[in-house]
Design a protein around this ligand. Structure first.
Ligand SMILES: Cc1cc2nc3c(=O)[nH]c(=O)nc-3n(C[C@H](O)[C@H](O)[C@H](O)COP(=O)(O)O)c2cc1C
Length: 208
């Protein structure tokens, strides 16, 4: 009688990379950069998901305190599933241009709706990351039309507060000044390659 030995190669969990496009402008400068980061990160060990906030329904936070006892937002729209994606990601890549020295309204609405996760962490003392304790990292991709020296500073402060709530460490930034017209970023000598290289680097991480 023949006997077979089946060798099972253990499957490593895939690195979940969540790309968030925060610009209202489709195929604009931050969209192009985000695409390159995600293209660079794409391989057999990564699971890539991109969401474009402009295509989703995300109402502003009403500060109704409906989340205060549960950590779950009472407003029913796309934030319900985005919360889950945010909690499960190993890497969050947020791409938003600068509007009036800040993140776009689309991006800020999503961030404010994470108040429910803030409640989960600080009021209910529950872990936000799924699974709990997972080491998570974030990347900030941004552009602005001006050369203003502190162009990204206010957004960086907001982003760090949001990442802290999500238990995510800011790992890298890819920012470019004086990029205004749609698609101008393609004419930059290194920007798209820089974005691709950054994606490749993050894809070498092992999920923990
Ligand atoms: C409402 C609005 C506000 C803006 N505010 C700023 C600003 O404060 N500083 C700046 O450098 N650029 C500002 N810009 C320019 C954008 O940041 C710039 O056009 C950027 O390339 C847009 O990126 P996107 O193509 O990814 O949408 C603003 C643009 C708009 C539409």
């Amino acid at each position: 009688m023949l006997s077979y030995r089946i060798q099972v190669t253990p499957q490593l969990p895939k690195l979940k990379v969540l790309g968030i496009a925060g610009s209202p402008r489709k195929q604009g400068n931050t969209d192009l950069l985000l695409e390159q980061v995600l293209a660079g990160a794409s391989n057999q060990q990564t699971e890539i998901k991109k969401i474009a906030l402009r295509e989703l329904h995300i109402a502003p936070c009403r500060h109704c305190d409906g989340c205060l006892k549960t950590g779950i937002c009472v407003q029913q729209d796309d934030m319900q599933w985005i919360h889950q994606d945010l909690r499960k990601a190993d890497y969050i890549v947020l791409a938003s241009p600068i509007f009036f020295m800040a993140l776009t309204a689309q991006t800020k609405a999503m961030i404010d709706r994470c108040q429910a996760l803030w409640v989960m962490k600080h009021v209910l003392k529950m872990p936000v990351a799924i699974p709990p304790g997972k080491k998570r990292k974030g990347i900030f991709v941004s552009v602005g039309g001006t050369k203003f020296e502190n162009l990204f500073e206010p957004s960086r402060v907001t982003l760090k507060a949001w990442f802290s709530t999500l238990e995510v460490k800011l790992d890298a930034e890819l920012t470019f000044r004086a990029i205004d017209e749609k698609g101008t970023i393609s004419k930059h000598p290194t920007a798209l390659q820089d974005a691709y290289n950054l994606g490749q680097r993050l894809a070498q991480e092992t999920p923990i």
